[in-house]
Design a protein around this ligand. Structure first.
Ligand code: GDG
Length: 472
């Protein structure tokens, strides 16, 4: 019987070492939720790194058995591999390049070698579990070479690939010394999915320019096979956020925060610490709002949640310092005994506290410089069960293609960002309702379960079509 195998850099469960034990913490991420119904069914499986360095074979065997009970198989990575493959090639070469921050990209042969070796390691793990007829769905930029490695070993396998970050203009791809290998790696798949048509067009153009392969109507002809390319905008678990918005635990937090904030209105910003998210620009715009519109002083606070991330990579540490400095400066300049302009949290919060923040915020400020999709924007929309609230969204987030009823901004235009914040704070309720309900309709329908279904169905269809057209 044919099975489905999901492969991603991280497993949907994190194994954490406590003093004398190991604990297993399930991830609440969108991908884990969306694919939950897939990998937990039948003989299906999720393969990935469990998030810790393992000391010996006994511990490996223990983790292996514990994860197997929940349909997961670990790929163990060493500290050197995490440094060179993950922090190195994945996060210091591919991440900045794909987000149009080429000036941050490094090009280290040792990082590339580790990237190849770890993709091969993942390939061996998949081959250990997969049969020739199994469906394999590979995720994201850490595993761009995996589809082709799998194809060589299992020519008949059904292989899907989805990229969660933007695919940039071919001008940026061309800068990468290993551009051809990376593109060929992806072309091992039968179906390649992106969040938007824009990313998909960039990919087709890169394949044509770099590899000289013909590409037409979302179809690429390699010398041996044809590969389908399409857009699948990822959604969220809508009901989970809609229900969390009015859950008892959430409302208790809302009441507590409201009391502390008194009548102050709330603008909300939530991101992982990342230079692609436009956090510093957002702070400068908020500063300008207080400077230009003194009437908002004492009346509105920016609640900014920054979730620690990748702090071993140099640019992230520098960004953290820049944010700390900006927040300190703005708060020192404007705060009063009873009002804080910026409430800054550098940690991650449990879902019910996150839901309370979505509930409280009159305005959500989601202004990345580049973002594959951005799920925070969709979660805010789903959480507004009172159908009030304003979403300010960067036109360079994938989500902007769908959420056209948000206030769309160019995140580098400080003037526009400031004025849009002001507009959002004075937007009439009827307009808020019209915009939010239109977006809710869309986010509810194209949720993460629909996303999974659409991709899997298209993959099955693509394979069937290939087999029908294949010469005898
Ligand atoms: C990549 C792409 C693409 C945040 N703080 C807390 C918390 N979160 C959750 C949010 C949201 C998720 O983290 C962040 O997702 P994003 O989509 O905004 O961003 P990335 O992490 O960069 O994800 C992105 C995504 O992949 C999917 O394809 O959309 O473009 O970069 O779900 O709710 N969750 C909890 N506490 C927090 O403090 N519990």
């Amino acid at each position: 019987m044919s099975r489905t195998i999901i492969v991603s850099n991280r497993l949907p469960t994190k194994v954490i070492r406590t003093e004398d034990d190991l604990t297993f913490q399930p991830s609440e991420g969108g991908l884990a939720t969306g694919l939950g119904s897939v990998y937990r069914t039948g003989g299906n499986l999720w393969i990935g790194w469990p998030g810790l360095f393992v000391g010996d074979a006994v511990e490996e065997a223990y983790i292996d058995t514990a994860l197997a009970a929940d349909h997961m198989a670990p790929v163990f990575l060493t500290e050197g591999e995490i440094r060179d493959f993950y922090e190195g090639f994945s996060n210091s070469t591919l991440w900045p390049t794909f987000h149009y921050f080429s000036e941050f990209a490094t090009y280290e042969q040792a990082h590339w070698d580790a990237y190849v070796a770890v993709n091969e390691k993942f390939c061996a793990a998949v081959l250990e579990h997969a049969g020739p007829d199994d469906t394999i769905w590979v995720h994201d930029y850490q595993l761009l070479l995996l589809p082709e490695l799998l194809r060589r070993a299992r020519p008949e396998a059904t292989i899907g690939f989805f990229l969660h970050i933007p695919f940039p203009s071919q001008e940026l791809i061309r800068v990468l010394p290993w551009r051809a290998e990376l593109l060929r790696g992806m072309l091992g798949a039968d179906l390649i999915g992106f969040h938007t048509y824009g990313y998909m067009r960039h990919f087709l153009s890169a394949v044509t320019h770099v590899l000289g392969l013909p590409a037409q109507n979302g179809q690429i002809e390699t010398p041996t096979r044809s590969v389908r390319v399409d857009a699948f905008p990822m959604g969220i678990d809508y009901e989970r956020f809609a229900q969390a918005a009015t859950a008892e635990a959430t409302l208790a937090h809302v009441a507590e925060y409201r009391e502390a904030l008194r009548d102050t209105r709330v603008i909300l910003s939530i991101d992982r610490l990342d230079y692609t998210k436009g956090i510093a620009q957002r702070l400068r715009a908020f500063n300008l709002l207080l400077e230009r519109y003194p009437e908002w002083r004492g009346q509105v606070s920016l609640i900014m949640l920054v979730v620690p991330s990748r702090d071993q990579v140099a640019q992230y540490a520098a960004l953290k310092e820049e944010i700390d400095e900006l927040v300190g400066r703005i708060n020192a300049q404007y705060r009063t005994m009873s009002w804080n302009p910026i409430l800054y949290f550098y940690r991650s919060l449990p879902l019910e506290e996150l839901a309370a923040l979505y509930h409280l915020a009159e305005v959500a400020l989601v202004t990345p410089m580049r973002d594959g999709m951005n799920l925070v924007a969709k979660e805010y929309v789903a959480s507004r069960t009172d159908q009030r609230g304003v979403l300010i969204l960067s036109e360079r987030a994938g989500a902007a293609r769908e959420l056209s009823d948000a206030l769309l901004v160019n995140p580098t235009d400080l003037h526009q960002l400031t004025e849009t914040m002001h507009d959002a704070l004075v937007m009439p309720e009827a307009e808020q309702l019209a915009r939010i309900s239109a977006m809710q309709e869309l986010v509810r329908r194209y949720n993460v379960f629909a996303w999974t279904r659409l991709f899997m169905n298209q993959l099955t269809y693509t394979k069937m079509k290939q087999q029908t057209l294949a010469p005898e």
